[in-house]
Design a protein around this ligand. Sequence first.
Ligand code: SF4
Length: 375
Amino acid sequence: MTEPAGIYVHLPYCASRCGYCAFVVTTDDSTRGRYLTAIETEAALVAAEASGARFDSIYLGGGTPSLLAPDEVARLIDSLRGRFAFDDGTEITLEANPEDVGAAAARAWARAGVSRVSVGVQSLEDAELSAVGRRHDSARALAALEALSGEGVAISGDLILGLPLQTAESFRGSLRALCEAVDHLSVYLLETEKSRVLEDDRRRRPERYLSDDGQADAWLEMGEWLAARGFEHYEISNWARDGRRARHNVKYWTRTPTLGLGVSAHELWGDRRRANVSRLERYLAEIEQGRRPLALDRELSAVEAAREEIFLGLRLAAGVPEVRVAEVAALAGDDRLSEDYEGWLSEEILERAGGRVRFTERGFLVSNEVLSRFV
Ligand code: SF4
């Protein structure tokens, strides 16, 4: 294994459930102590298999990792450091909700080794935030970013495009204010179809939502605006200032090995795709009996691995070697895929550059349709 690997830890506890959430979360934190012990047990169970590997990233995701007490975060990081071989300068990311970020927490996280905080800002308009059940308001989000700014950690902010009540103007305002405070930005399109409540609302009251064309225009305008301010669009949903790409996340798109600890966590290890069960009680019960609760554990075939290389690699602005796309289209035995591929190039959804093929900025907007053909 040449590239250092990463470790993802899923922390499923949230103070309340947001209207659009599709993650494995719980608002009942009565199992939290057991869960943190279970993560340490799971780390011990996988440590032997990972004994020859070097690591250079930890990602504490969720859920809301910032709900943990700072000493719980420190203990978790120390326990991982004690079991795996980490490079100097390992990136340690913590996902945080703005309401949990104050000066004391920011300082304690930095002291525990956290080097990057990803803040779920989502919008800087109060009405939009409350429309999807977020617990913070705009002032709280700006205060969180301010608290982090003096701690020497890299700061990433998340925004959502397509929120109820959002307009092109309000999205522009959120984007511009957020960019002043972060060096990395993740922007997601709201997928109303993942939430019955939001899907019903959009059908009944479409006037509360930007149209699909309005979202596309806002997205393209955002790309130009960020590019002019030194943010590189390096992945479909991610922009970074120089040297601030999310090291851990890039491992997913380049198929670099990552371990996944915790309920519903996924991993790629030695060409095996694995995923833990997504029911919390079952996760705890099996770990407490000394075994990993794997719902999926499968070696990928060469064709599956090649397809992954395309549908994950194409997410990156750098794209993938064109020769690999042609090979995969041939391996897939799907004549229509080769034809469609030529069509995507002629329609300028994809473009060729230096032996590679990649999405155009406009092509990113319809990337789901293209990527799903390689899955
Ligand atoms: S805070 Fe994040 S993980 Fe928790 S419910 Fe909201 S969207 Fe889901």
